[in-house]
Design a protein around this ligand. Structure first.
Ligand SMILES: C[S@@+](CC[C@H](N)C(=O)[O-])C[C@H]1O[C@@H](n2cnc3c(N)ncnc32)[C@H](O)[C@@H]1O
Length: 197
């Protein structure tokens, strides 16, 4: 499938394995790692297509989701409003505050118990196994540079009162070369958790 074909397809949350997960709305690793958020409010600093934010919202969290890229923001915003209209999961969609802004310059006095980061990582596998969503993200954004990784982690530390959760491929180096407090290892995804002092 060419890049053009992918960008012309309507992006939706209601197909395939992701939709099955969303309908179920439980036993999500990421949601379990967010449990220290007693207020239930999470900051997703790099929300992309909102797939992770939406899973967290479905598990009951309120999510403030930041996305700097205008096109990706618009694609996700449209998918979110279709999702709210078409599925009856309006309450879930309403738990997301979706903002088109750069997390590194976002002016807010708010603090969040849990901050989530999923920066772009170079895709090693260019084969058909790469998902449509990953291809869509790659069309619009480039992997974070070493400087961006460090800036994202530092800003996340300024916003987080309890923990920062970073999503990485299993064998990827730690974000900005900084070792986490602990990791939750899975077959396809590793979550690195940085506990705040
Ligand atoms: C791998 S994607 C995130 C995918 C997302 N977790 C999801 O479920 O769809 C990373 C996203 O972070 C965004 N991003 C990178 N740096 C950012 C920044 N400083 N502020 C806001 N968004 C940023 C990119 O535009 C990209 O959409």
């Amino acid at each position: 499938m060419s890049d053009k074909d992918i960008s012309q397809q309507a992006f939706s949350y209601t197909s395939g394995a992701y939709w099955q997960r969303l309908k179920k709305g439980q036993h999500e690793r990421l949601a379990k790692l967010c449990k220290p958020a007693r207020t239930g409010v999470i900051l997703d600093m790099t929300s992309g297509l909102l797939q992770d934010s939406l899973i967290l919202a479905r598990c009951g969290y309120q999510v403030t989701a930041l996305e700097r890229n205008q096109e990706l923001y618009t694609i996700a915003q449209k998918a979110l409003s279709d999702f709210a209209k078409d599925t009856g999961f309006e309450d879930t969609a309403n738990r997301i505050q979706h903002l088109n802004t750069d997390a590194l310059t976002w002016e807010s006095n708010l603090r969040f118990e849990v901050v989530y980061l999923d920066p772009m990582f170079p895709e090693r596998n260019k084969s058909a196994a790469v998902t449509k969503e990953a291809q869509l993200l790659q069309q619009h954004e480039t992997p974070a540079s070493a400087e961006e990784e460090l800036a994202l982690l530092n800003v996340a530390k300024a916003f987080a009162s309890k923990r920062i959760i970073v999503k990485r491929p299993p064998s990827a180096p730690h974000l900005a070369g900084q070792a986490p407090s602990f990791s939750d290892e899975g077959k396809a995804i590793r979550y690195d958790i940085y506990l705040q002092p």
